[in-house]
Design a binder for this molecule. Structure first.
Ligand code: MLC
Ligand code: AMP
Length: 459
């Protein structure tokens, strides 16, 4: 599965560098071997969890899990007790402590892409739905390999590249593309710890050629012209996880000489659509379906936009322990329903124009279910009602705004309450006190009315 680690590697001491610490492939494989030996010593377990800090330890844990054939559950390092407890209980995973200094021989060659184990689970990533608690998305080795190989083709991504990013290591973008992608293609990895403009610019000196970021990262780089100029020697800049605003695209083109390539995906489907290296790139478009992937837009008669649905080898194996939720994610004829609203032109170029539900928020590239934040707020003894929405935000794409009915508590206290129970990025950036949540005759919150109030408030 990990091409670069399987052969006789043209190894170098800084093949993988994370937050300023560098390791050779040999060191990484030795540390991963120690992880695999620990897992083997546990006997049968459904999965193991690792506190997924941006560190060599997290990389060793994920590779060790692949060696041992035990699925890895990366837990956001800032997850509060409610979120962390849910993830560990739901997955049945036991938490593993990793010591990168420990070495053990690798228990055997890493599984290859075509091995019989392609359907085996490799990762379980927790992601929010519109309601309720986050679900575990089971990703097989075969799905990951299919996606990485398709992306390597689309981006001409190979061992000559130096991949640079500073994204979190508990989601598809930073972990699957940003770590396993580097190992699969054999490109060196420079993980900058945090995705700041200064850190991305500094990595140019280390030979950075391929850069990944979410739109918030790119927009901050566009606002730091010196940092942006340092990226002009790169080969390819790639954006994903949320829509890249056209002004940011234009600013980056002016400052770096590059037209940023956008790609589109989801935790459940991995990346399914992308622009191509050397291909035509238009702002606001996310390119064409990747090799092996088929897409369709299901629109009302006469309409050109509708729900984007996808099929292909990169799709997940299901939501862990939730066959009904898995079945509900597909149409009767077997297409995965993304919940994104899109259009596709005659050339097969996709545009993502919105989401079907106001209850799915994308803030800083993180997917946040309104229901999870509402439930956390309702756990506060002073809160009687809560409705959470995403409001357009120049930096984050959307920012979380909570409308609450409560007395005797401040907005700051409620923000801290959510940040402490869930993850910091799920905290409301703003809390507005209201007398009642507007509801329809069925008692369902009318969030669009809250948002209309927002638009009027701005005018
Ligand atoms: C603030 N902080 C608090 C707090 N308020 N801590 C506790 N309680 C509170 N109430 C602290 C934080 O801990 C943090 O500290 C600091 O404030 C900044 O937090 P932030 O404001 O949330 O971070 P910010 O700089 O705004 O983050 C922007 C960002 C981040 C772009 C860096 O949003 C990010 O990393 N996004 C990437 C998301 C991603 O990878 N998505 C991919 C999903 S996969 P400290 O000490 O930590 O600084 C996917 C598929 C696909 O979508 O297509 O790719
Ligand atoms: P996640 O599950 O965190 O992977 O989030 C998936 C969602 O991110 C998708 O359903 C889209 O709404 C959004 N997304 C990912 N990439 C893009 C993109 N390039 N443009 C617009 N939205 C995107």
């Amino acid at each position: 599965m990990l091409t670069a680690l399987t052969g006789v590697f043209g190894d170098r001491g800084d093949a993988v560098s994370v937050a300023g610490r560098a390791a050779s492939y040999e060191d990484l494989l030795g540390a991963a071997g120690a992880v695999a030996a620990d897992l083997a010593g546990w006997g049968p377990v459904p999965a193991f969890a690792v506190t997924a800090t941006a560190s060599l330890e997290t990389v060793a844990a994920v590779v060790g899990g692949l060696l041992a054939g035990v699925p890895c559950v990366p837990v956001p390092p800032d997850a509060g007790p409610v979120e962390r407890g849910h993830i560990l209980r739901d997955s049945g995973a036991r938490l593993l402590e990793v010591d990168f200094a420990r070495r053990a021989p690798s228990p055997g060659p890493l599984p290859s892409a075509d091995a019989a184990g392609a359907g085996d689970p490799a990762l379980i990533l927790y992601t929010s739905g519109t309601t309720g608690v986050p679900k575990g998305v089971v990703l097989s080795k075969g799905a990951i390999v299919a996606d990485l190989d398709a992306l390597a083709g689309a981006w001409e991504w190979g061992a000559q590249d130096v991949l640079v990013h500073g994204l979190p290591l508990f989601h598809v973008h930073g972990l699957v593309l940003g770590v396993l992608g580097a190992l699969r293609t054999g490109s060196r990895l420079v993980h900058t710890g945090r995705p700041t403009p200064e850190a991305y610019a500094a990595a140019a000196a280390a030979g950075g050629s391929l850069y990944f970021g979410v739109p918030t990262v790119w927009s901050r780089i566009a606002a730091a012209p010196e940092a942006a100029a340092a990226l002009s020697g790169a080969r390819l800049l790639v954006s994903g996880s949320a829509a890249l605003p056209t002004p940011v695209f234009r600013d980056l083109e002016r400052l770096t000489g590059h037209r940023v390539v956008e790609r589109y995906g989801m935790t459940e489907t991995l990346i399914t659509v992308s622009g191509r290296a050397g291909g035509e790139v238009a702002p606001g478009t996310v390119g064409t379906a990747l090799a092996g992937v088929t897409t369709r837009v299901v629109a009302e008669p006469g309409a050109e936009i509708g729900e984007l649905q996808v099929k292909g080898p990169t799709l997940f194996s299901g939501y862990l322990g939730r066959p009904e939720a898995t079945a509900a994610a597909y149409t009767g004829d077997g297409w995965f329903r993304t919940g994104d609203i899109a259009s596709v032109d005659g050339e097969g170029v996709h545009r993502i124009v919105g989401r079907a539900s106001t209850d799915m928020i994308k803030s800083g590239g993180y997917r946040i279910g309104a229901g999870e934040v509402e439930n956390a707020l309702l756990d506060h003894p002073q809160v009687r009602e809560a409705a959470v929405v995403g409001v357009p935000d120049a930096d984050l794409g959307e920012r979380i705004v909570a409308f609450v009915v409560a007395e005797g508590v401040s907005g700051g206290e409620l923000t801290d309450f959510v940040a402490a129970r869930l993850s910091v990025h799920k905290r409301p950036r703003e809390v507005r006190f209201i007398t009642a949540v507007p509801r329809n005759a069925m008692g369902k919150p009318q969030k669009r009315r809250l948002l209309e109030g927002e638009e009027q408030g701005r005018a």
